[in-house]
Design a protein around this ligand. Sequence first.
Ligand code: SF4
Length: 236
Amino acid sequence: MTKEEQAGKRLAKKENAKIAMDKKEAAKKKQALEIIKRLKIQYPDAGCTLDYNEAWKLLVSVRLAAQCTDARVNVVVEGLYKKYPSVETLAEAPVEDIEAIVKPCGLGHSKARDISACMKILKEQYGGNVPDQFEQLLKLPGVGRKSANLIMGDVFGKPAIVTDTHCIRLVNRMGLVENIKEPKKVEMALWKIIPPEEGSDFCHRLVYHGREICTARTKPFCEKCCLCDICGKNGV
Ligand code: SF4
């Protein structure tokens, strides 16, 4: 085989691989759209399960929610906001006092330290407001991609993919991603197949579905799942 023929063969192989990838992605997009459609019917009102009425409160709650249930966070923050009802008062609160209040959520010391530092930055750099840019959010203490996406989607109504434990488990089982467990990689894979405007609500619905049907601690209830015929059921 001549050098030209070898180069042509390599190119054809590359092109075929690309065509196969595109086909796979198109199939996943189609599957994702159908899943989105069905979950909308199943959970029409799915929203954030953390209670908040101001953007900064969601920032606080999402930090407290690490390794804690949303239900417990919703109770604990009531006491916190009673004592410190604004960004300014919370920014000036002694860290030990915040820690004493948020202790029931676990990891009290680091959560209190992050909340205090975060509120100070909001007060000093953003006039008490929460920034609406993803990169700015990511720079806040205790805010990772998951939290920043949650704020972008829920507070600012911008495209967002929140890769929490439910999302990661479900999209792998469904076959929307293939054995990807690292949150950022799952997020990047989902950006390719989920319409941006659907991402935030889709992830909220996955939480509901993950709690009620596609459970982690028991065998998932595939027989009563609205996605049974279109789910890959990987690892189930
Ligand atoms: S069919 Fe089973 S594995 Fe698939 S989403 Fe439903 S409960 Fe989960």
